[in-house]
Design a binder for this molecule. Structure first.
Ligand SMILES: Nc1ncnc2c1ncn2[C@@H]1O[C@H](COP(=O)(O)OP(=O)(O)OP(=O)(O)O)[C@@H](O)[C@H]1O
Ligand SMILES: [Mg+2]
Length: 153
């Protein structure tokens, strides 16, 4: 486990960018935590690290957005809308078994569909004040592959 105390969105994005530089084909990154805590901001950093120039938009309504202009394809998923189920109908396995990188916001809502191995990144607001920019980011790895990745962050 690794913990980062962060106090601005640029630092969150920069951490994502470092991850984007070291991910490999088939990697699965789970982003969990409070509303507005920084999951999409972090994903923008991953995209930058992959060399994707296009603006990353939150896929809350489309659920999955694909970006194919970087070093590896990026599949950005936000499954918040599947809170009440339906994740089994998305065909997520095709993404997980592909050569791209899957980044999933609110992954707990598709917990039954997730592959066994992944990097989990949890975002927590440190203050109840909604204007506060303080966040705690906690990273956990499921296996040696992801531990190696975590060690480079
Ligand atoms: N330290 C920080 N890290 C990330 N974002 C921050 C930070 N401080 C302030 N912010 C702001 O908080 C907001 C985070 O929004 P973002 O869309 O990244 O959150 P999210 O976790 O994806 O939300 P949602 O659950 O709605 O998908 C942005 O407006 C960002 O500028
Ligand atoms: Mg988001």
């Amino acid at each position: 486990m690794k913990t980062f105390k962060i106090n601005n969105s640029e630092t969150t994005q920069a951490l994502g960018q470092r991850l984007g530089q070291i991910v490999s084909p088939g990697d699965v990154i789970l982003l969990d935590g409070d509303l507005g805590a920084g999951k999409t901001t972090f994903t923008k950093g991953i995209a930058l690290g992959l060399g994707i120039q296009r603006n990353i938009k939150s896929p809350t309504f489309t659920i999955i957005r694909e970006y194919k202009t970087g070093r590896l394809p990026l599949y950005h998923m936000d499954v918040y809308r599947l809170e009440d189920g339906g994740g089994d109908e998305l065909g997520l396995d095709e993404y997980f078994n592909g050569n791209g990188v899957c980044v999933i916001e609110w992954s707990q809502f598709v917990a039954n569909e997730l592959p066994k191995n992944h990097l989990t990144i949890s975002f927590k607001r440190d203050d109840s004040n909604l204007d506060s920019t303080n966040r705690t980011i906690t990273i956990t790895a499921s296996d040696a592959h992801y531990e190696g990745m975590m060690a480079q962050l």
